[in-house]
Design a protein around this ligand. Structure first.
Ligand code: GNR
Ligand code: NI
Length: 167
């Protein structure tokens, strides 16, 4: 197992659209295990492979209080969206920023589980928000893209400045 470094906005690698996984191999299982370790360590409730500089369509999620309900979605596809909901979001790739985003309230998602089974789930509440946030990462989108240009530029400048301090 390994902790993976997380890319920070405005790193252009976060804009790379991820390619579908052709087959669940040992590489994919190792990636998922490392992503779970990285997500729990952060801590966060979700992580997309894009954030750890792997442009493959793999996400991990665990919204449970006790962090004992790991969910790995390979090639997730949102088949259907319903309703609207606003939630305050954060992102491990945009540290220290929390802003309200409007998304679908309910989603139906099809994905491959790590044992290669095609699975369909209906999600609502925090899980629905988290899955939409993670699928956005796989498409090179960040939650700050839903904010005004003014806010996004302020956030970019702030993170560029704090990044520069650690270099
Ligand atoms: O840890 C996270 N919390 C969170 C809160 C509200 C909406 C989305 C998220 S996902 C985020 C982890 C992350 O950056 N995943 O990509
Ligand atoms: Ni994120």
């Amino acid at each position: 197992m390994a902790l993976l470094p997380i890319l920070h906005f405005p790193d252009p690698r976060l804009r790379t659209p991820a390619a579908p996984v052709a087959e669940i191999t040992e590489q994919v299982r190792t990636l998922a295990a490392d992503m779970f370790e990285t997500m729990y360590h952060a801590p966060g409730i979700g992580l997309a492979a894009t954030q750890v500089n792997v442009p493959q369509r793999v996400i991990v999620v665990d919204i449970s209080r006790d962090k004992d309900q790991p969910l790995c979605l390979v090639n997730p596809e949102i088949l259907d969206k319903n309703g609207e909901e606003e939630m305050e979001e954060g992102c491990l790739s945009v540290p220290g920023v929390f802003e309200t985003v409007r998304r679908a309230e309910k989603v139906r998602v099809r994905y491959l589980s790590l044992d290669g089974r095609e699975t369909i789930i209906d999600a609502d509440g925090l899980l629905a928000v988290c899955i939409q946030h993670e699928v956005d990462h796989l498409d090179g989108r960040l939650f700050v893209d839903y904010l005004s240009t003014l806010k996004r530029n302020r956030i970019r400048r702030r993170l560029e400045k704090s990044q520069a301090e650690v270099l």
